[in-house]
Design a protein around this ligand. Structure first.
Ligand code: BG6
Length: 298
């Protein structure tokens, strides 16, 4: 694999196919592009800020130590989704040849001080290690969170993945029906009884404790576009801002871009993970286009 390290980003190019490429910004360690044989798999707003002035609208922003806003002690002052996505991570280099693997790290010294200082008054010592593996048709991102402090603390984690689709109105997400979700639009918890998740309006749901064996598949007119697998990430957020909400976001362009994206966000957000001093926690998201068979699990 060729690795190009530029000032603000790292580009990985597959040796077997130079048209398979991954671009990771140092800002947020945000994957902003993943092309398989020239075909882009992720959605990125054309107005996304890539200069570190704002979290990236698109790609795979990283959410830590809080999902959304929380009134829990130590989290109240943090802005939505925490500080991992608006801190500049350190590129540690290539760590494995096959599959080609690179790593990024974040610690209090590197974290955006304005935001980090709002988490328990900036008093929690931690290390985040992000491992990114690029295969022919698969992208695996693994996060390891370590408590390097002398006291326990807690956190949420989430991969805020913006997947590209041809037309959201022709797309479905399977294997979530039957699961309990908190619907952030109507502010209610219910069991989703639809045959599949479909989209014709703003959608913002947190599915809780979804069994790991369930692969989340984005299906476009009967064809499986993306398979999302999770390791140690029990919750799944499904989000599409639709017309009004995306219209109000200055960094969301083109304005009809909501038709070409769906966020499938594996995370640990229903409750916090608590780590005692010296403990660590590890989780992965694996997105692939390999499996074309529809998986139906109840
Ligand atoms: C999703 C949330 O994960 O992120 C939504 O469920 C939120 O409620 C969306 O609107 C985007 O958040 P942000 O902070 O990137 O605009």
């Amino acid at each position: 694999m060729a690795i190009d390290q530029l000032d603000d980003r790292v580009i990985l190019t597959s040796e077997s196919n130079p048209k398979t490429q991954l671009t990771i910004l140092n800002y947020g360690a945000t994957v902003i592009s993943w092309k398989i044989n020239s075909e882009e798999q992720l959605w990125l707003s054309t107005a996304a800020k890539l200069d570190g002035s704002k979290p990236v609208r698109g790609g795979i922003p990283l959410v830590f130590p809080v999902f959304g806003k929380s009134q829990a002690e130590g989290f109240k002052d943090l802005p939505q989704h925490g500080f991992a996505r608006n801190s500049i991570w350190e590129f540690l280099g290539q760590t494995k040849a096959n599959p080609p693997t690179v790593q990024f790290a974040l610690s209090p010294e590197l974290a955006n001080p304005d935001v980090y200082s709002k988490w328990d008054k900036g008093d929690n010592d931690f290390t985040l290690l992000l491992t990114v593996e690029l295969d022919d048709q698969e992208l695996k991102t693994t996060i390891e969170v370590e408590n390097t402090d002398k006291k326990a603390w807690k956190f949420n984690w989430l991969f805020h993945t913006y997947l590209r689709v041809d037309d959201i109105e022709d797309s479905l997400v399977n294997n979530l029906p039957g699961e309990t979700c908190y619907d952030q639009i109507v502010k209610e918890t219910y069991v989703d009884k639809h045959p599949a998740v479909d989209f014709d309006k703003e959608t913002d749901r947190i599915y809780k404790q979804v069994p790991e064996k369930k692969i989340l598949q984005v299906i476009d007119k009967g064809n499986v576009l993306h398979n999302v697998q999770r390791v140690n990430l029990p919750d799944v957020v499904v989000w599409n801002p639709w017309i009004e909400k995306s219209g109000g976001m200055g960094d969301f362009e083109p304005k009809n871009g909501y038709l070409n994206m769906v966020c499938i966000e594996p995370g640990h957000v229903h409750d916090f993970v608590e780590l005692k001093p010296g403990e660590s926690w590890k989780a992965s998201q694996i997105i692939s286009t390999k499996n074309k068979d529809i998986q139906l699990l109840s």
